[in-house]
Write a protein that binds this ligand. Structure first.
Ligand code: DQA
Length: 150
């Protein structure tokens, strides 16, 4: 059984209380529970993480690349938060690790401020999902199941 890594970046630990009109009322623990059932439905193990620190996210991406090469990981779903719009280092980590990665945003970043329209991650991601709310995490896990069977 392969693992899916769900990696959440800065401020996503505040889900539930952070700008609920944009991100909804569900907490990060609720998102983890949702991912657990989506993973069970697709026969995946779940590795669910959150960090406010760029280097920790980069280390996790490198680790995921090694796990995918070893055949134990199906891919990564990354919500890099604001690092999406700023981090060349995370882009380089994704490219360098060669890991299969879906970029995810809870909100529709393209319907928001102009500075959220650019992503350093999109050019190195397998696919991009935005605007489905926290349900997007389950949809992305389903997409990884499709991709890894192809
Ligand atoms: C976000 C969108 C980003 O622009 C923002 O900085 C976040 C969350 C989202 O999930 O919609 O922290 O990635």
């Amino acid at each position: 059984m392969k693992t899916v890594l769900i990696l959440n970046g800065p401020n996503l630990n505040l889900l539930g209380t952070r700008e609920p009109a944009v991100y909804g009322h569900q907490t990060l623990a609720d998102v983890e529970a949702l991912c657990l059932s989506a993973c069970a439905a697709h026969n995946f193990k779940l590795d669910f993480r959150q960090s406010n620190h760029e280097g920790v996210l980069i280390d996790a991406i490198h680790e995921a690349g090694r796990a995918q090469t070893a055949g134990t990981l199906a891919g990564v779903v990354l919500n890099a938060g604001a690092y999406t719009h700023t981090s060349i280092a995370i882009m380089d980590a994704i490219k360098g690790s060669g890991v299969t990665l879906i970029e995810l945003h809870i909100s529709n970043v393209h319907a928001r401020e102009a500075f959220r329209h650019h992503s350093y991650i999109s050019p190195v991601a397998k696919a991009v999902m935005a605007g489905f709310g926290v349900k997007g995490y389950a949809l992305a896990i389903g997409a990884l199941a499709d991709i890894s069977q192809a």
